[in-house]
Design a protein around this ligand. Structure first.
Ligand SMILES: [Zn+2]
Ligand SMILES: [Zn+2]
Length: 143
């Protein structure tokens, strides 16, 4: 973690290390609010989390993604992963592989671009929400 900061030209401060630790332990991208719940508030105050996230983003250590539910989330740049997002409750689940790599190569070959990244996000309704929606429509029928 410390090296990750130094490689990107940042000093390894306690606050940055704490934010990275919280990102590393999470299995899905975290919003600033999620991170604030998971960091040690004695090490980093809630207000510095926003500042640290933008420093890390500018240095290329973390990726900021504005999700389809308009919430900005952060994940470590070197963790390449895709997610499916529940449009109903905002829950995110990682998918187990990246389906894009061969497509990337093909596009690079056809366009002459050097492809540096991609974003893929699946959206749907999670099993819990499907159940809740089904229950809801059933109770409407009864009344
Ligand atoms: Zn859901
Ligand atoms: Zn991918």
């Amino acid at each position: 973690m410390e090296n990750l900061l130094i490689e990107h030209g940042l000093k390894a401060t306690k606050g940055r290390m704490e934010v990275l630790r919280a990102l590393q332990t999470a299995t899905v991208p975290q919003s600033a609010e999620d991170l604030i719940e998971h960091i040690d508030s004695k090490v980093v105050s809630a207000s510095s989390v926003y500042r640290i996230l933008s420093e890390l983003e500018h240095a290329g250590v973390v990726n900021k993604t504005v999700r389809q539910n308009a919430i900005a989330t952060y994940d470590l740049t070197h963790n390449h992963q895709h997610f499916i997002l529940c449009s109903h409750c905002g829950k995110m689940i990682p998918t187990d592989h990246c389906p894009i790599e061969s497509f990337e190569k093909e596009v690079a070959r056809k366009t002459g671009f050097k492809v540096t990244g991609h974003m893929v996000e699946l959206v749907g309704i999670c099993p819990n929400c499907q159940q809740a929606l089904a229950d809801q429509s059933r109770s409407h029928l009864c009344t």
